[in-house]
Write a protein that binds this ligand. Structure first.
Ligand SMILES: Nc1ncnc2c1ncn2[C@@H]1O[C@H](COP(=O)(O)OP(=O)(O)OP(=O)(O)O)[C@@H](O)[C@H]1O
Ligand SMILES: [Mg+2]
Length: 225
């Protein structure tokens, strides 16, 4: 079957839960190793989604793990599959507070049902949580696997940290979640530096002649008014 691709609208992004700052993520900012994974996944989209194959995007802060995961999620959505982006922390809050996704479905049920789920920011501290701790995460992943739903997890944990903290999760997901290392510079830091530079440069530049206050014509002195 040839999948149709459609342009996403604002409502799609909102329904997927993608933060507005990441709506315009682009492939040029995805580090090469992760981009290769995204290309391969996109090339066999339907087969891999249904297998289901997913990934851990691993790397230090700011390198573009979330950006890469969002880019893939957008692509999946563009091809007609249901998608949700949520951080582990937000999902825990939603589960605790029984937050609704819409009138018929809770956020938790939505996270179980969607064709593709990005679980953002898995941390070591999550393992010991009473709600959505290591065991609940295993159950969620297991459920999604059984119903052929693909899951993508971003984390700053190294492979060994993840193994020591989430041994059960790692062993259960070994066959269907692959590790995608994301490396490079801290893009957030680079953005901050370029913004600071441009703002400092702007404030240091003298205003152009068109912005200077108009000189008072010589004959229009106080006494004439
Ligand atoms: N593909 C992309 N296209 C455009 N901007 C991007 C992309 N990836 C990252 N960025 C920019 O870089 C910033 C940091 O990237 P991102 O949030 O993906 O990092 P991260 O590795 O998930 O960091 P953390 O570990 O802190 O969650 C983003 O807020 C965004 O501004
Ligand atoms: Mg992130």
């Amino acid at each position: 079957m040839v999948l149709q691709r459609r342009v996403l609208k604002r409502r799609d992004y909102e329904r997927m839960g993608i933060p507005a700052t990441l709506w315009s993520v682009d492939a040029n900012k995805v580090p090469p190793g992760a981009l290769m994974f995204l290309r391969r996944y996109a090339g066999r989209l339907e087969e891999l989604l249904r297998r289901p194959a997913g990934a851990y995007f691993l790397g230090p802060k700011g390198v573009g793990k979330t950006g890469a995961a969002v880019l893939l999620l957008k692509y999946i959505k563009e091809h007609g599959f249901s998608c949700l982006f949520i951080s582990v922390g937000e999902l825990r809050q939603a589960l605790r507070g029984r937050v609704q996704f819409d009138t018929d479905t809770s956020v938790w049920d939505r996270a179980k049902e969607v064709d593709a789920l990005v679980l953002d920011e898995l941390r070591a501290a999550d393992a010991g949580e009473a709600v959505l701790g290591a065991r609940d995460l295993e159950d969620l992943l297991e459920h999604r696997y059984q119903f052929r739903k693909a899951t993508f997890i971003t984390t700053r944990m190294t492979v060994s940290e993840r193994l020591s903290t989430f041994a059960g999760l790692v062993s259960k997901t070994t066959g269907y979640l692959v590790d995608v290392p994301v490396d490079g510079q801290d893009q957030r830091e680079a953005l901050k530096n370029s913004l600071t530079e441009s703002l400092v440069a702007e404030s240091a530049t003298p205003p152009s002649s068109s912005h200077r206050p108009a000189p008072v014509p010589p004959n229009k002195t106080r006494g004439h008014y």
